[in-house]
Ligand binder design. Structure first.
Ligand code: FAD
Ligand code: FES
Length: 345
């Protein structure tokens, strides 16, 4: 539907429900022509593109994504060598209803992302979204408590943390404490620290005016960036610390993990934490093993190959195991975030 409108192919798959309050897909996605309004390089091979798409920006919720179809060129679809036919899925990094703009942050890995990264302001793409199950953050009705109660832990592998940006922003706005734990080192760690430190709150007792976690490996406030090899032990130590209410740190044998002691306790209170993790499959498997031993509601972001993005093609099926046995569900509709105890990786 050029220029805006609901995507007809998705309409039959809409699930009725209270939407962001329960984390169900409630409306078919919108299809629109979006104008590129900004493009900047964040790090080598990492690009942020901002698009003008007022309806999608207004409807976007945490952990949702868009499918981007790239310009066809003079000869129609496929006329550009290597031009991707399918839309390319990208997390909504930021969305602002006021300006009508949304931003995606991506790594340039192939023909689609290469073309996208080359688009100057003024160019247009075809956009479908918002897609996927939103994470419930906002109250279901005025005055109701936030649907996402309890402190939030966001655990990610390097730039995969872009998935969580909108969730962090909305959770903080709703007064929910946010703790961010990133696996990164070198240049990536430095750039990610600069990107996230202004957003996550400093720990109580942090020196006023000093943003936390600016140095790779430094632990401060609610942001910690640790080398990837250390992340599993760091996470396990931090969860151990949280379980004990801040009185101890059982199971920590590596003295280099001392920082985990100060990491997990701020703002946690007595509410059960919710943990979301995003990263490559082996990383998610590690997180899955760790959270099994702790009283935390954990969810994993599973980015299967998504040809359509809205539930029609079944190309994104992921196995889950629950009380009813093992079954396949669509990552783009019933996911893309799954209970860590149910999804089979
Ligand atoms: C829900 C979702 C959200 C995503 N969000 C982001 C993001 O915010 N930032 C980011 O850098 N990347 C994101 N990705 C991955 C991104 O979609 C791929 O990197 C991109 O499609 C690559 O396209 P390409 O033409 O440049 O490369 P290609 O050479 O076509 O593909 C390179 C690799 O990208 C993956 N890929 C390609 N097409 C798809 C597809 N339709 N669905 C899933 N994976 C695909 C495959 O693993 C493939 O091997 C997301 C993927 C999914 C499923
Ligand atoms: S991507 Fe087509 S059904 Fe999920």
């Amino acid at each position: 539907a050029p220029g805006g409108g609901r995507a007809s192919g998705a309409a039959g798959h809409a699930v009725e429900g209270p939407g962001e309050a329960t984390g169900e897909v409630t409306a078919p996605p919108l299809a629109t022509t979006a104008r590129v309004t900004g493009r900047r390089s964040l790090a080598p091979g990492i690009v942020a593109t901002t698009l003008e798409a007022p309806e999608i920006a207004a409807a976007a919720a945490p952990l949702q994504f868009v499918q981007v179809r790239l310009p066809a060129g003079g000869g129609g679809y496929g006329s550009v060598p290597g031009r991707p036919f399918l839309g390319r899925p990208f997390s909504i990094y930021d969305a602002d209803a006021g300006s009508g703009r949304l931003t995606i942050v991506y790594r340039v890995v192939g023909p689609g992302t290469e073309i996208l990264a080359g688009l100057e302001p003024g160019a247009t793409v075809e956009l479908l979204g918002p897609l996927g199950r939103p994470v419930p953050v906002v109250p279901s009705r005025p005055g109701a408590p936030p649907a996402l109660a309890g402190p939030l832990w966001l655990v990610a592998w390097s730039w995969k943390v872009a998935v969580f940006r909108l969730l962090a922003v909305r959770a903080l706005a709703a007064g929910i404490p946010v703790t961010v734990l990133l696996a990164a080192e070198g240049e990536a760690a430095r750039v990610l620290a600069a990107d996230w430190a202004p957003l996550v709150p400093p720990a109580p007792g942090a020196r006023p005016g000093e943003p936390p976690g600016l140095d790779p490996g430094e632990v401060g406030g609610h942001l910690a960036i640790v080398p990837p090899a250390q992340l599993p032990s760091f996470l396990a130590a931090a969860l151990d610390r949280d379980d004990t209410g801040g009185n101890g740190m059982s199971g920590v044998t590596d003295p280099s993990l001392d920082g985990a002691a100060g990491f997990a306790t701020t703002g946690a209170g007595s509410q059960r934490p919710r943990l979301f993790a995003a990263g490559p499959r082996p990383f998610l498997q590690q997180v899955q093993r760790i959270v099994r031993k702790h009283p935390v509601d954990a969810f994993l972001v599973v980015d299967a190959y998504m040809p359509c993005g809205y539930g029609a093609c079944l190309g994104c099926a992921v196995p889950v195991r629950d009380g009813a046995g093992t079954r396949y569900v669509r990552a783009c509709r019933e996911g893309r975030w799954f209970a860590a105890g149910e999804v089979i990786l």
